[in-house]
Ligand binder design. Structure first.
Ligand SMILES: Nc1nc2c(ncn2[C@@H]2O[C@H](COP(=O)(O)OP(=O)(O)OP(=O)(O)O)[C@@H](O)[C@H]2O)c(=O)[nH]1
Ligand SMILES: [Mg+2]
Length: 293
């Protein structure tokens, strides 16, 4: 996640000793380029550059401290792990485009809650993609959590209805609902999502207690469009950003926060069960800046 590598290389090119005694134009434009390349977004980049001009760091150490503070100040307010204690059962609806990491994230979350001694059930609301139900069942077996699946090709809303009813009867603490990946132009699938939500509300009027949009960090600026689309169609309470292990573009969280100010529940940093981490602004800033100064 060394997204400021560009800047570092730029500074190395322009300063043989990799030190500078004042903020010059070259350093400023290297920083601008590095921020844009890292998907921080033009608005946040402009804000950071304006703050930079006021702060006027004298050396690389000060510049590093300035950037760290900028990142932390912006992201600390959105670092909110999901609070699942607010409702019983707590119903989480997982949504997002194809391949974002919904099913994997459900598996990781379920394992976390199970470890905390809670009872968890998973509902296989993706009856659309071949193999989706089996993928969730594999996770369920691996972590020892029950999975509710409907008949093959069943209507996802009816699967969710039956699964939620069963979870209520079993007095489950947490219900995690998987859904199929879908894109903004797939009108039927988007309508289906609304139907799923209204079916949930028929059983539990306050649910879903969190509608979580899963975003793949490697898609870059497109993540902004995804939030916009899902927000309009069904509403989004918070985000989980996956695949931060595989990108130099982690700055997208700054752009998303600037635009939507949504809680970041967690981040995915790998495919394994323990690769879901709580999001903290400090750690995030450190990892973004780790090879810098
Ligand atoms: N490196 C990495 N891979 C991840 C992460 N999260 C998920 N993946 C991988 O991304 C791929 C897609 O993950 P899924 O969980 O199937 O994604 P999905 O959103 O359920 O996909 P659909 O159901 O097809 O829409 C899988 O190969 C996962 O192992 C992550 O944080 N890091
Ligand atoms: Mg899936």
């Amino acid at each position: 996640m060394a997204w400021l590598d560009t800047l570092k290389k730029g500074l190395k090119k322009t300063s043989a000793l990799f030190v500078f005694t004042q903020m010059d134009e070259q350093t400023r434009s290297d920083l601008e380029e590095a921020l844009i390349m890292a998907d921080v977004g033009s608005l946040t980049t402009d804000e950071i550059l304006t703050a930079l001009d006021e702060t006027n760091p004298k050396d690389l150490k000060q510049l590093n401290a300035f950037l760290k503070e900028q990142i932390i100040t912006r992201l600390k307010p959105v670092a909110h792990p999901l609070n699942v204690e607010t409702h019983h059962p707590f119903v989480l609806l997982m949504i997002g485009v194809n391949g974002a990491g919904k099913t994997t994230t459900i598996g990781k979350l379920a394992a976390t809650y199970k470890q905390q001694g809670k009872t968890v059930s998973l509902i296989a609301g993706d009856t659309f993609r071949a193999g989706a139900v089996e993928q969730l069942q594999t996770w369920g077996k691996r972590i020892g959590v029950s999975v509710f699946a409907g008949a093959p090709n069943a209507d996802p809303a009816s699967v969710v209805f039956d699964g939620l009813t069963q979870s209520l009867n079993a007095n489950t603490d947490i219900v995690l609902i998987d859904t199929a990946g879908r894109l903004h132009n797939q009108t039927n699938l988007m309508e289906e999502l609304k139907k799923i939500k209204s079916v949930i509300q028929k059983i539990i009027p306050t649910a879903p207690h969190a509608t979580c949009l899963v975003l793949d960090a490697t898609v870059g600026q497109n993540a902004l469009n995804q939030v916009e689309t899902f927000r309009q169609i069904i509403g989004v309470d918070g985000l989980i950003m996956t695949k931060l292990d595989g990108t130099a573009k982690g700055g997208i969280l700054l752009a998303l926060t600037q635009k939507f100010n949504l809680p970041i529940y967690a981040i995915g940093v790998g495919e394994q069960v323990d690769d879901l981490h709580a999001f903290t602004a400090e750690e995030y800033a450190d990892s973004l800046l780790k090879d810098f100064a």
